[in-house]
Design a protein around this ligand. Structure first.
Ligand code: GLY
Length: 326
């Protein structure tokens, strides 16, 4: 497949409507000139209950941070969701390990990695953000902190997930063999009625991963990133490729330079494709983005990526456009 590189950045400089003009504005004047966008909630995959929950927070006058946390908690406690929280598929040793991050409109961020036994890693990530001077806590330290904060220790491996892991163990599939089923990380972005943006991302990561593996989801700038002046982005899919290109940060920076959310998502996927021209056909990565004007973007490496959107009172599941067309 011929890889087509978009030239929107160059075009925006040539026409004077994009990057250069944008950079000439001070941060303060950029904020002043922007009308408050309509509220929006957007999440990876078919996550209607999560988006609906987040939307209700915003509709009731709540802020984007509370909305994305409330939304992310929905699949975290759903035992049928095999890639997030309770019921998530375990690693190769049969242990469920969780990654999550959260970011508010003031640039504050919190994250947990390799967390075990806690049903709501997104809320622990928020506590890291709000109750410590740090951004990321990991493993036993993250668990100790969660327990100090009053979270309960729970068994996260359900009978269903245990059976799936036992079946996988018997098959001895090559490590790294992946499919959509085990990559439905939820990334969720929201703009509230004040026009503030927040984001969250939470996952049990790649099913049957190596014990100790941490993916993109808790990495600020990889699995999710928000800059309240510009917009927000989040990722799903095989985290190794997202991490190697710092995809969510890349998308926000492209939007800062004049790209629309859709252009920025496409450029970030093309970055992966150009870096891994032989391998990208074997995995899915999907990005979502929103900008400060309330515009949205979604793009995947291949067919199948979809997103749930709530805007103007309607909740819809939408297919995302993708790179790998037949
Ligand atoms: N995107 C989730 C992961 O790779 O862990």
């Amino acid at each position: 497949m011929k890889i087509k590189r978009r030239k929107f950045l160059r075009n925006s400089v040539v026409t004077g409507t994009g990057m250069l003009g944008y950079h000439n504005l001070s941060a303060k004047s950029r904020l002043l000139e922007q009308p408050v966008p309509h509220p929006i909630v957007m999440a990876t995959w078919d996550n209607s209950p999560a988006v609906d929950t987040a939307w209700k927070v915003i509709a009731a006058g709540g802020n984007a941070l509370d909305a994305v946390e409330a939304g992310a908690r929905v699949p975290e406690k759903d035992p049928l969701d095999k890639s997030v929280g309770y019921g998530g598929l375990p690693d190769e040793s049969g242990v469920v390990t969780l990654d999550a991050c959260i970011m508010d409109h003031q640039g504050n961020a919190g994250s947990v990695t390799f967390l075990q036994h806690i049903m709501h890693p997104i809320s622990v990530a928020r506590k890291v953000m709000e109750e410590t001077p740090h951004v990321m806590l990991s493993g036993q330290g993250a668990l100790d902190f969660a327990l100090e904060q009053g979270f309960r220790k729970e068994k996260l491996l359900t009978e269903d997930s245990k059976k799936a892991w036992e079946a996988w163990s018997k098959q001895k599939k090559p490590f790294g063999e992946t499919n959509f089923e085990n990559h439905d990380t939820i990334g969720i972005l929201a703009i509230d009625k004040q026009g503030n943006i927040a984001g969250a991302c939470t996952t049990s990561g790649m099913a049957y991963k190596k014990h100790g593996r941490v993916g993109d989801s808790p990495i600020i700038g990889a699995g999710m990133y928000v800059d309240n002046e510009v917009g927000g982005a989040c990722a799903t899919g095989v985290g190794e490729y997202v991490m190697k290109t710092l995809g969510s940060f890349l998308i926000v920076e492209l939007m800062r330079q004049g790209a629309s959310p859709q252009q920025a998502c496409e450029e970030a996927i093309e970055r992966i494709v150009t870096r891994h021209p032989r391998r990208f056909k074997d995995f899915q990565v999907g990005y979502l983005a929103i900008n400060k004007q309330g515009q949205k973007g979604a793009y995947g490496t291949e067919k199948g990526f979809e997103y749930t959107l709530s805007q103007n009172g309607s909740l819809r599941l939408n297919p995302a456009d993708y790179f790998l067309k037949k």
